[in-house]
Structures are given as structure tokens and as C-alpha cells.
Ligand binder design. Structure first.
Ligand SMILES: *[C@@H]1O[C@H](CO)[C@@H](O)[C@H](O)[C@H]1NC(C)=O
Ligand SMILES: *[C@@H]1O[C@H](CO)[C@@H](O)[C@H](O)[C@H]1NC(C)=O
Ligand SMILES: *[C@@H]1O[C@H](CO)[C@@H](O)[C@H](O)[C@H]1NC(C)=O
Ligand SMILES: *[C@@H]1O[C@H](CO)[C@@H](O)[C@H](O)[C@H]1NC(C)=O
Ligand SMILES: *[C@@H]1O[C@H](CO)[C@@H](O)[C@H](O)[C@H]1NC(C)=O
Length: 481
């Protein structure tokens, strides 16, 4: 026993010494500049060989001084991994602590974590790991549990950049729930925003019924949801309620989050007649329905004299249907300025349903404020002028074509949705800019779009995909006594 142990110690010591030597070689190789500018110096780079050897060490278990026994509840199977304290401790203080005074540790892991445990340990030996959509949560959980912070950050970053990836089941709802459990606010916010901006797609997918009560409530409170119309949202919420059977207070809360004033009175009447959920919970929303009918029966200005319009029910979301705005696909957007004319309804009130407003939009790929424009007298410096023009920034201005139209306290908020390509040609909303008139009011409109580059992620078949939504806001209307 004692001999064996001494033998083991000397082997470990030799092993450590050779590892240290290898690292020293790599370090020296990597710091080529240390060698000076001597023409006879050269870089000997065996770092990939070293990584290969380290992985061999794990594969064959040579000189192993740490045995990990990975167990899963409800299973007799034990996965045994022969590893090395030094490498585990290098990146994980949890392993360091576990291996402090023993060389065999038994770890209890959930089945999905146990299945990826080899892959996870391999990361300690080569610093790389491949991640698939359906492995991200598991790997993040392992990295968090064992305090492998670099991997944890790496996986979180992977998730944030792969929200729009194609998957059969959908993965963002699951990632959101996970982010909420581990209190990763930033990942949670990224998922929530993705879901909000692509709600139509999510509502039509099998992912929709997996949305938790909390997520549903958070989503319905947002005014930046991108969807066809409020009626589409109502139908999806109805489906979610009937498939999930949440608690009554949750049902009441979600039904009260529908903005009934944004649904036309004939459609309101239709859902009141046909919706089973609405029939069961009519008492919980009847005040809102009544108010919506009142809103539709008069002009918003008149309505605002008697009721407080400063509440979410009267704030439109980002509706894609044509009465609210227009899509604008700009081919070869870097070429020159373009304009678009389109009509919207004056507002969502049925009272105004026959009134239309015409809007003019101007898109400039390289707009410069007057103060920065080259003076005409300097026509000699043609070169400098070109440079100046290239300094310009993309800009979009939307204004009403009807001058003198009195909107009396109603402000029209313009929201510009920017769609980008994702795999398999589908488009998803990457940015949402909300302005009063011009994108100058928003910071960084298309700042990183590289519209000149054909390969820009913002160009789909060499076209920029915009959608302008016009939203009347009644906030500023003063409530009478
Ligand atoms: C050494 O080689 C590897 C690939 O084999 C490479 O990634 C690394 O950058 C090289 N190091 C230096 C200092 O050139
Ligand atoms: C590791 O062990 C295997 C088999 O036990 C042996 O063939 C191999 O040479 C060893 N590798 C090193 C680097 O010692
Ligand atoms: C390791 O040491 C800690 C305290 O230093 C002790 O609580 C623990 O029982 C020890 N474990 C083994 C396996 O000896
Ligand atoms: C995102 O939303 C846009 C429009 O809102 C839609 O065209 C697109 O298909 C959606 N993409 C995904 C991935 O949900
Ligand atoms: C609207 O309500 C919010 C809080 O709900 C308040 O901060 C804001 O000042 C109100 N605006 C007007 C115009 O009354």
C-alpha cells in the first residue's frame, strides 16, 4: 500500500513536471516577440500536439489522480471518469474542493447532465466544446454547478446569439424558463425580447402551450409585441388558457391584459358570442369590454373628456396588419434616397374607421446634418466631399402628408421594425425603433447594418426589410372632470 502510494506520487510528480515543461515550451513559443527580432529565431508551435496529448491523457486515464463516479437517480448505472486533479482544479473551485482530501468522488447528476458529463470534462482538457440547441441548458447548468465561469459565459452567449436558430420544437420559451430559474436577468431579457418581437411565429408554434404563467403575464404587459392584430393575440391566449388550465387568478389577469379597445366592435361582438373562455370569465372582463364599446362609439377626443385614456388598453402594440402601417422592402438600399407613401386609419376607434391618414416616408442611406454637409464653394475638393458623404448615416423620416389636419393632442408614434435574415430564408425582427418623426431621435438607427455590403445580415436578396407602424397615442389628452 505504502509502496504503491509512493510509486503513485513519484509518477504524478513526473507527470506534472512534464506537463509544466510542455506548457513552458508553449508559452515560449507563443511569445515569439520575446525572442527579439533576431532573424535566426523561429517559432516552434506544438500547442495542438499538446492539446492532443492532454486529451489522450483523459481518454486513457494515464496518471489519473481523480476518479469521478457520476450517478443518476433511478438508475444503477455509474459512469466512471478517470481525470486529473490539476486540470479539474484549474477551472473549477468546486472540483478543487471536492478533491481536496480524496481521489474518488461520487456525483449525483440529472440524466441530461450525466449524458453530457464526458463532453463537459473534456472541455477541461482542451478548452473547446461543441454546443447544440438542445444541449445549451444542460451545459449551462453543469458549468454553473461546478463554477466553470468561462464556459458558463460562453454558453449564455451562445444562447443569446442562437435565439433565432431553426428548431423543430422551438427553444426560446424553454431557455427563458431556465434563465428565470437561475436568475440570469440578461438572458431572460434577450429571450423575452425575441419572443415579443416574433410573437406571431411563436403563437403559431408548438412552443406556445409550454409558455408558463409568469412568461404569459410578462409578455401580455408589453406594448412592443409584434403581431398581426390584437384579435390574433386574443385567440392565441384563449388557446393557451384552454390547453393549460391555469389558476383562475392567472386566467383573469391574462384576459384583462388584452387591449379590447384595439379590437373592432364587430369583432368584439363576434368573440363574445363564440369564445368559450370569454363566456366562462365574462364577469372578470365585462367592465373592459363595456369601456371598449364606449371607446368605439365616439371620437377618442370626446371619450378622453370622460375617461382616463392613460392606460395600456388604449396603447397600440406593433400591429402588422395594413390598417396600422406598411411594409417597406427597399432594394439595393445603399444606392440613393427612396420614398414611400402609404395610408393608415386615423385611429383604432370605430368612430374614425372611415378616416384615413396619408404618410410619406423618406429613407436616406447616407444622411448628413446640414452643418456637416460640404459647402458648394469647396467644389474643388471633390475627394473630401465623397468622404464626407460616406460619413452619413441611415435615416428614416415619416411625416403626415396632410398639413393642417388637426390631431388635437393625439401624437402619432412611429415604430420602425427592421427584419433580418435567418437560416432557411425566414425573416425575424432584429430591431425596433420608436420615434416621433425621424430616426435621428433614436440612437444608432441601422448603425451596424453595413448596407453597402452584399453579405450584410440586414440584406435579404439585396433588400432591406422595414415595416413602419403608426400608433396614435392618447396619453396627452387631458381628462375632464
Ligand atoms: C500555434 O498553432 C495553433 C494551431 O496549431 C494556432 O492556433 C496558434 O495560434 C499558434 N500559435 C502561435 C503563437 O502562432
Ligand atoms: C497511456 O496508457 C496507454 C494504455 O494504458 C498506453 O498505451 C499509452 O502509451 C499511455 N500514454 C502515455 C502518454 O503515457
Ligand atoms: C475532507 O476534509 C473535510 C474537512 O477538511 C472533512 O469534512 C471531510 O469529511 C473530509 N473528507 C474525506 C473523504 O475525508
Ligand atoms: C419574426 O417576426 C417576423 C415578423 O414579425 C416574421 O416574419 C418572422 O417569421 C419571425 N421569425 C421568427 C423566427 O419567429
Ligand atoms: C400616465 O400614467 C403614468 C403612470 O401610469 C404617469 O407616469 C404619466 O405621467 C401619465 N401621463 C399623463 C399624461 O397623465
Amino acid at each position: 500500500m505504502e509502496r504503491g502510494q509512493r510509486h503513485w506520487h513519484s509518477r504524478a510528480a513526473r507527470w506534472l513536471a512534464s506537463l509544466a515543461l510542455l506548457w513552458a515550451l508553449v508559452e515560449a513559443a507563443a511569445h515569439k516577440s520575446d525572442l527579439g527580432s533576431d532573424a535566426s529565431s523561429a517559432l516552434i508551435n506544438h500547442s495542438s500536439l499538446l492539446l492532443h496529448r492532454l486529451q489522450g491523457l483523459l481518454q486513457n486515464g494515464n496518471s489519473s489522480d481523480a476518479t469521478l463516479r457520476v450517478r443518476t437517480a433511478n438508475s444503477d448505472e455509474v459512469k466512471v471518469i478517470h481525470a486529473h486533479q490539476l486540470l479539474l482544479a484549474l477551472q473549477s473551485d468546486v472540483f478543487e474542493g471536492l478533491l481536496l482530501n480524496r481521489s474518488v468522488v461520487t456525483l449525483q447528476e440529472a440524466a441530461d447532465c450525466a449524458a453530457l458529463f464526458d463532453k463537459f470534462i473534456r472541455y477541461f482538457y482542451c478548452g473547446e466544446i461543441s454546443v447544440h440547441l438542445n444541449q445549451a441548458v444542460t451545459l449551462h447548468r453543469l458549468a454553473s454547478k461546478y463554477h466553470v465561469s468561462a464556459l458558463q459565459r460562453g454558453v449564455a452567449e451562445y444562447m443569446k446569439t442562437h435565439l433565432a436558430s431553426e428548431s423543430t420544437q422551438g427553444h426560446v420559451v424553454g431557455w427563458y424558463h431556465y434563465a428565470m430559474r437561475v436568475a440570469d436577468k440578461s438572458l431572460q431579457e434577450s429571450c423575452l425580447q425575441y419572443l415579443a418581437w416574433n410573437l406571431s411565429t411563436v403563437m403559431g408554434s408548438s412552443e406556445w402551450v409550454t409558455v408558463s404563467d409568469d412568461l404569459m403575464v410578462s409578455l401580455l404587459q408589453r406594448s412592443d409585441l409584434v403581431l398581426q392584430c390584437e384579435l390574433e393575440l386574443f385567440s392565441a391566449v384563449e388557446e393557451w388558457v384552454s390547453k393549460n388550465n391555469p389558476d383562475v387568478p392567472v386566467i383573469e389577469k391574462v384576459l384583462r391584459s388584452i387591449r379590447y379597445a384595439m379590437i373592432s366592435p364587430s369583432q368584439l361582438f363576434q368573440i363574445q358570442k363564440e369564445s368559450a373562455v370569454l363566456a366562462s370569465y365574462h364577469r372578470s372582463v365585462e367592465d373592459l369590454l363595456f369601456q371598449a364599446y364606449q371607446f368605439h362609439s365616439t371620437s377618442p377626443l370626446h371619450f378622453a373628456k370622460y375617461f382616463d385614456v392613460n392606460c395600456s388598453m388604449f396603447v397600440p402594440r406593433n400591429y402588422l396588419s395594413s390598417s396600422w402601417g406598411s411594409q417597406w422592402i427597399i432594394n439595393n438600399p445603399a444606392r440613393d434616397d427612396r420614398s414611400l407613401s402609404f395610408q393608415t386609419q386615423l385611429g383604432p376607434s370605430n368612430h374614425d374607421s372611415s378616416k384615413k391618414v396619408t404618410w410619406n416616408a423618406i429613407f436616406s442611406p447616407r444622411w448628413l446634418p446640414v452643418s456637416l454637409r460640404p459647402a458648394y464653394s469647396e467644389s474643388a475638393s471633390g475627394g473630401a466631399q465623397t468622404n464626407r458623404l460616406e460619413d452619413g448615416k441611415p435615416r428614416l423620416v415619416v411625416s403626415s402628408a396632410m398639413s393642417g389636419l388637426d390631431f388635437a393632442g393625439v401624437t402619432f408614434q412611429k415604430t420602425v421594425l427592421v427584419g433580418v435574415r435567418r437560416q432557411q430564408g425566414k425573416v425575424f425582427v432584429k430591431h425596433v425603433y420608436t420615434v416621433h418623426q425621424s430616426t435621428d431621435e433614436a440612437t444608432g438607427f441601422l448603425a451596424h447594418a453595413d448596407l453597402q455590403k452584399r453579405t450584410s445580415e440586414y440584406l435579404i436578396d439585396n433588400s432591406l426589410h422595414l415595416h413602419i407602424v403608426i400608433k396614435p397615442m392618447y396619453h396627452s389628452l387631458i381628462k375632464g372632470k
